[in-house]
Design a protein around this ligand. Structure first.
Ligand code: 5AD
Ligand code: SF4
Length: 442
């Protein structure tokens, strides 16, 4: 067989972006090269997300578009990989006839074999979850990225079982990748011109491994990555508030190149809702973590996730979230309507009883408030000088570049021949709720 070409489309979280890079590396080692052009592909893989129903609906719609490609070229192989493959393992072949293969998040090494089975005309499937797969030895193939920012997966799986969340079922048990393979990957990236790495895991603070008889936790790991070079920025996502430790706050404080930006999902500002969500903290506890962070690192930006309309959420509980937002004033937030996921604890135990119009109204209120807070924060940046890592040309104008400051805010400024992957100083001159605009100083 000649060289086959695979096209991968990625949905969902940053973990999925990192996983698609692992998949590309696995396929390449078996002579299946990656293409960014779907019309050129013999194999189309869609890396999927199950977190909310609308994420799955988007994939189903996309699969029907792939099906029409298949009508023109019957030999195209279509595969569903990732969380949806895992969650819908029993139904997906039935539901979407054009799908030839499915592979769950722990089965990517098996993809070449699954592709061969599919090529012979049979349906192929591997959705086994593993207790120890971390893809540690695979050097991810980062195709079509900007050569500046890279993701490094440091742990997989989740065992928190928040009531609303599908992830423990789709990604299985928590496991940490070995220390030296992470350090080697970060060094390799730096040597190849990358200047920012984001350490990824469902709950990075649970990172735990043994290295030469030393117990390595997340603060130790992030410090070791930061020590590779002061010019390598380090970010991380996501942290669960329950393990957002003082040691980590100290590490962020200690190293200039550990970015002053924390994503700490609150989910709700109401302790009674948090209890139903099984988040294992109260609002007061969350607030204490945030206040400790701000006390030690006042310049640190804080972003969060909020779910509107979880089971049984009363207007008063919703107003507690609004009050919490007003008290904390996040720099940024990802905000969602609660979407019931089959077989989760909430689906089994509670009624999804907040009417959709009420969920929508609450979500709108939350989004509007957050926009106001983001704008207020950004306005305070006017006149301030930031160090910006240049990531590329601005989407709006070729004459402008963009990058981000340590606080993870996008900064746009005029292109005077600066190079991608270098740091420059920018003074902020005007802002929107999403972007800072500035003049470079040097
Ligand atoms: N419905 C809505 N939002 C959800 N999230 C997770 N599960 C659900 C759900 N069932 C949100 C949480 C999480 C983010 C990644 O997605 O806020 O932090
Ligand atoms: Fe979606 Fe969660 Fe799976 Fe990421 S881990 S792809 S967010 S369901």
């Amino acid at each position: 067989m000649g060289i086959r070409k695979a096209y991968i489309e990625t949905y969902g979280c940053q973990m999925n972006v990192a996983d698609s890079e692992v998949v590309r590396a696995v396929l390449t080692s078996e002579n299946i090269v990656s293409t960014l052009d779907i019309s050129d592909a013999d194999i189309i893989l869609i890396n999927t997300c199950s977190i909310r129903d609308n994420a799955e609906q988007r994939v189903i719609k996309r699969l029907s578009e792939f099906a029409s490609l298949k009508q023109k070229r019957a030999d195209i192989i279509i595969g569903v990989i990732g969380c949806m493959a895992e969650r819908m393992k029993e139904t997906i072949f039935e539901k979407v006839k054009s799908v030839d293969l499915i592979a769950g998040p722990d089965s990517y090494r098996d993809l070449p074999r699954l592709i061969d089975i599919a090529a012979s005309g049979e349906k192929a499937s591997n959705v086994l979850l593993s207790v120890d797969e971390t893809y540690a030895d695979i050097n991810p193939l980062r195709l079509g990225d900007n050569g500046v920012n890279a993701f490094i997966s440091i742990m997989r799986g989740c065992e928190n079982f928040c009531a609303y969340c599908v992830v423990p079922y789709t990604r299985g048990k928590e496991r940490s990748r070995n220390f030296s393979s992470i350090i080697d990957e970060a060094k390799y990236l730096f040597d190849n011109g990358y200047r920012e790495v984001t350490l990824l895991g469902q709950n990075v603070n649970s990172y735990k491994t043994q290295n030469n008889n030393e117990q390595i936790d997340f603060p130790k790991l992030i410090k070791a990555v930061a020590q590779i070079d002061p010019l390598l920025r380090v970010r991380f996502a996501t942290s669960h508030p329950k393990d957002f430790s003082n040691d980590l706050i100290e590490a962020i404080m200690q190293y200039d190149n550990i970015c002053k930006s924390v994503h700490l999902p609150m989910q709700s500002g109401s302790t009674s809702v948090l209890k139903r969500m099984r988040r294992s903290y109260t609002f007061e506890w969350y607030l204490e973590r945030v206040e400790t962070l701000k006390k030690h690192i006042p310049e640190c930006s804080l972003s969060t996730d909020i779910i509107a309309g979880f089971c049984g959420e009363t207007e008063q509980e919703h107003q507690e979230t609004i009050a919490a937002m007003n008290q904390i004033r996040f720099n940024d937030a990802f905000m969602f309507k609660y979407s019931e996921r089959p077989n989760t604890i909430a689906a089994k135990k509670y009624k999804d009883d907040v009417p959709d119009e009420v969920k929508s109204a609450r979500l709108t209120e939350i989004i509007e408030l957050q926009k106001k807070h983001s704008l207020q924060h950004n306005k305070k940046d006017i006149g301030i000088e930031y160090e910006v890592l240049i990531e590329g040309s601005s989407k709006r104008s070729e004459k402008q570049l963009y990058g981000r400051n340590s606080q993870n805010k996008v900064v746009v400024f005029d292109d005077k021949g600066f190079l991608k992957g270098t740091y420059i100083k920018v003074r902020i001159s005007s802002v929107t709720s999403a972007t800072l605009l500035g003049d470079n100083i040097y």
